[in-house]
Design a protein around this ligand. Structure first.
Ligand SMILES: *[C@@H]1O[C@H](CO)[C@@H](O)[C@H](O)[C@H]1NC(C)=O
Ligand SMILES: *[C@@H]1O[C@H](CO)[C@@H](O)[C@H](O)[C@H]1NC(C)=O
Ligand SMILES: *[C@@H]1O[C@H](CO)[C@@H](O)[C@H](O)[C@H]1NC(C)=O
Ligand SMILES: *[C@@H]1O[C@H](CO)[C@@H](O)[C@H](O)[C@H]1NC(C)=O
Ligand SMILES: *[C@@H]1O[C@H](CO)[C@@H](O)[C@H](O)[C@H]1NC(C)=O
Ligand SMILES: *[C@@H]1O[C@H](CO)[C@@H](O)[C@H](O)[C@H]1NC(C)=O
Ligand SMILES: *[C@@H]1O[C@H](CO)[C@@H](O)[C@H](O)[C@H]1NC(C)=O
Length: 439
């Protein structure tokens, strides 16, 4: 009950800020340094992605026992977006991956010796921040609460977690801190009592960031803890390495313009980690005016929690179950007259065309129609630059095949220049084409 109160206070804190508008945060893409080639970027993204299989399971260990639950998150994969937020008193800014496919907010905490990765900027040291506290074991946000099975926590109890993602893990103790959000002083909001992971050991897969911010459906995510109700982002084009994308939390995230389409989220399975994910009802795909012959239940979420399609900011390249991927691949191939080339070594992608030697590295070599993802009640139109990727000498389909029956993922490459709103109260995803550099 105490936590409900804290959350209500947080809602007031957020509403107060920036004249009741909410929080605005800049996002930059990992690997967005000028000079990185598209193929390098995609290869990194996919290599990280493919390492997900062996690393299942979130393990929690408290003084009272251990539990495990599976996680299938493929993250990070090289094309994630980094947001800057600040932790503690005085606020220490740190870059973190913004991930709609998980919940835990975490950063590295000093002291952490050899098992910490090298992060940009200084380490947060809880012992020098008066607003730090260990998260009480009976807090409803405590990952170990289930282990207590209702019993009162032993004195001095703290929850040690080891959160495993598709491509790495992070371990530490759950704490509570004051966080500061916002890109500019006018936007800044300080929110006390945010539960977070104070990691002192991690795999080395997280470089470019100092942690992660979960924006998933669970109670530990930033969206849930702020009681923000909604958030939106607008991702600038991949080729644009100079501009900053935007993440909006709270009422200012609303999409007001024309051309806004909305589709309901499919209720998530109650099991972790699927309960974190935002599932969408994808009923078909068209390339140009041709509706591909994909059976309508191809992306259905099964009662055992398998299958389905999620939207994820923490994955780059969209994966489609093979039955659908094959149709997309064939349709694209039938429309392009350039010779097919094996680009898998350079990019990891499975359909690439060789560019004529004279072609420019920034202009698509042929016209291709847009691709439409038919969601329940809302068509998402992907212009060619959202599904093809151009690199020195090659033009490739920026999608991959997923094993039939597994989870499909709508990645961030496909969401460029779309303003995407997750309304967690209304349980809808809305989107509209946008020039994200001007948002
Ligand atoms: C947690 O335990 C402490 C001490 O036992 C108690 O004061 C507090 O009210 C409890 N909080 C919750 C949310 O149960
Ligand atoms: C966390 O879990 C991963 C994967 O199971 C394991 O490799 C790693 O050693 C664990 N880390 C800690 C600190 O327990
Ligand atoms: C991390 O902190 C936990 C809990 O305090 C401790 O048991 C563990 O030894 C620490 N690990 C490292 C690598 O410092
Ligand atoms: C990330 O880590 C890899 C391997 O550990 C290293 O080669 C690369 O330079 C690091 N990148 C950054 C930005 O630190
Ligand atoms: C990015 O900014 C730099 C410096 O301001 C400029 O030289 C460069 O042309 C810009 N690149 C793009 C793609 O706009
Ligand atoms: C949409 O309208 C709301 C309420 O009028 C406003 O706070 C918000 O800034 C607008 N959103 C955008 C993206 O312009
Ligand atoms: C998905 O959308 C289709 C078409 O609107 C509808 O018939 C079906 O019931 C929806 N499925 C779910 C799980 O919402």
């Amino acid at each position: 009950m105490e936590l409900v109160r804290v959350i209500l206070v947080l809602v007031v804190a957020v509403a107060d800020a920036a004249a009741a508008a909410g929080v605005r945060v800049g996002l930059t893409r990992i690997h967005s340094e000028p000079g990185i080639t598209a193929s390098q970027f995609v290869r990194d993204a996919l290599r990280r992605d493919m390492r997900r299989s062996a690393r299942f399971g979130r393990e929690l260990a408290a003084s009272v026992g251990t539990v495990s639950a599976a996680t299938r998150k493929d993250l990070p994969n090289g094309g994630e977006y980094i947001m800057t937020l600040a932790i503690g008193t005085p606020p220490l800014a740190y870059p973190a991956i913004a991930d709609t496919g998980s919940d835990l907010i975490w950063t590295q905490c000093a002291p952490c010796g050899k098992q910490c990765f090298k992060q940009p900027g200084p380490l947060y040291n809880p012992s020098s921040s008066p607003t730090f506290g260990v998260l009480p074991c009976n807090s409803s946000l405590n990952l170990c609460a289930a282990l207590l099975a209702g019993a009162s926590p032993p004195p001095g109890c703290s929850c040690k977690y080891n959160q495993t993602y598709g491509t790495g893990w992070t371990a530490g103790v759950q704490g509570s801190e004051t966080f500061t959000f916002g890109s500019t002083p006018a936007d800044q909001v300080r929110v006390p009592g945010i539960a977070f992971g104070c990691s002192n050991a991690s795999s080395d897969d997280w470089n470019g960031s100092a942690g992660l911010v979960g924006l998933g459906r669970g109670s530990l995510s930033l969206v849930s803890q702020l009681g923000a109700g909604m958030f939106s982002y607008c991702l600038t084009p991949f080729q644009d390495t100079n501009s900053t994308s935007t993440l909006l939390l709270g009422p200012s995230a609303a999409l007001n313009g024309t051309g806004v389409k909305s589709t309901p989220f499919v209720p998530s399975p109650s099991k972790a980690p699927m309960n974190t994910y935002y599932y969408l009802n994808l009923t078909g795909i068209s390339v140009g005016t041709e509706a591909l012959s994909i059976p309508p239940n191809t992306f259905s979420l099964q009662t055992d929690g398998t299958g389905g399609l999620i939207i994820d900011s923490g994955t780059t390249i969209t994966s489609l179950v093979d039955a659908a991927y094959k149709k997309v691949r064939a349709a694209v191939q039938s429309l392009v007259t350039l010779p097919v080339t094996d680009g898998s070594g350079a990019t990891g992608l499975d359909l690439c065309f060789a560019l004529p030697p004279s072609s420019s590295s920034s202009t698509p070599p042929a016209t291709l129609p847009s691709m439409t993802l038919h969601f329940d009640g809302a068509d998402m139109v992907l212009p060619v630059e959202n599904y093809m990727i151009l690199d020195s000498g090659m033009w490739c389909l920026a999608m991959r095949s997923q094993t039939d029956g597994e989870l499909s993922t709508l990645g961030n490459y496909q969401q460029q220049n779309l303003h995407v709103l997750y309304d967690v109260h209304k349980e809808t995803l809305s989107f509209a084409p946008a020039q994200c550099t001007t948002l």
